[in-house]
Design a protein around this ligand. Structure first.
Ligand SMILES: [Zn+2]
Length: 237
């Protein structure tokens, strides 16, 4: 059944709901994993402070067709079809960022504020620092996916910043010596969570609050659970 006319083409309800379904499941199922990337791509991303978990999966898509979807999910970059030199990393406008790295700062300047959060799991005595445009949905996704093999993830502090992806990366860098890796099954597939941290809460908080400039953020842009200190698992290695 046709529901509306899109140029020359009639779009069916089935097509629309398939499209919506794709967007909704992105948070859960189509997170890019380290294993999807070549070493060159991985090192390029690290150098430019782009986390692969924040890449939009645009494989099989025309380069300039996924801007809005990616933006709605807070992704400025995607893993896409190769450019004429064979690179797969593009900004959401479809430009190759490996051919022209200046595209990275162009797109970042036009990106909306997003959240950088700390999530905690008592089960795994683990912390995760991430960025997202919807931290409530992300918390649900982490529990649903049983990220790093844990099902009790709670977001314990969150704030809204410009350049969230870059900020997230800075926190990761400060915590790099506490990084641990956990292998778990996600939708039947063996997956590695390589960016979780095991240390005391004070260490995480110190790295986080410096990177996001917590004390200078307005109250309405930041939030921390009341019983924050209850999430200290004292698991310093
Ligand atoms: Zn290229």
């Amino acid at each position: 059944m046709a529901v509306y006319k899109n140029g020359q083409h009639e779009v069916s309800i089935a097509q629309v709901s398939e499209h919506v379904e794709k967007i909704l499941t992105k948070e859960f199922d189509v997170m890019i994993a380290r294993s999807d990337l070549s070493n060159d791509e991985y090192f390029f991303l690290v150098e430019h402070k782009i986390h692969w978990e924040n890449l939009f999966d645009a494989r099989g898509r025309a380069p300039s067709s996924w801007d809005k979807e990616a933006k709605d999910l807070g992704c400025d970059f995607g893993l896409s079809e190769p450019c004429f030199r064979g690179h797969r990393l593009r900004d959401r406008k479809g430009h190759c960022i490996q051919c022209k790295t200046a595209n990275i700062s162009f797109i970042r300047r036009s990106s909306a504020d997003a959240f950088v959060y700390v999530a905690a799991s008592k089960q795994g005595k683990l912390y995760k620092v991430g960025s997202t445009i919807d931290f409530k949905q992300r918390a649900v996704a982490l529990r649903r996916e049983q990220y790093a093999g844990c099902k009790d993830w709670r977001v314990i502090c969150v704030c809204k910043v410009k350049n969230s992806g870059k900020t997230e990366f800075e926190v990761h860098k400060k915590l790099s010596r506490y990084k641990v890796s956990r292998t778990y099954k996600n939708a039947g597939q063996l997956t590695s969570a390589t960016e979780v941290f095991q240390c005391d809460l004070k260490t995480v908080w110190q790295a986080y609050q410096v990177s996001v400039d917590w004390s200078n953020l307005p109250e309405k842009k930041k939030n921390r659970v009341d019983n924050f200190s209850a999430f200290d698992y004292q698991a310093a290695p």
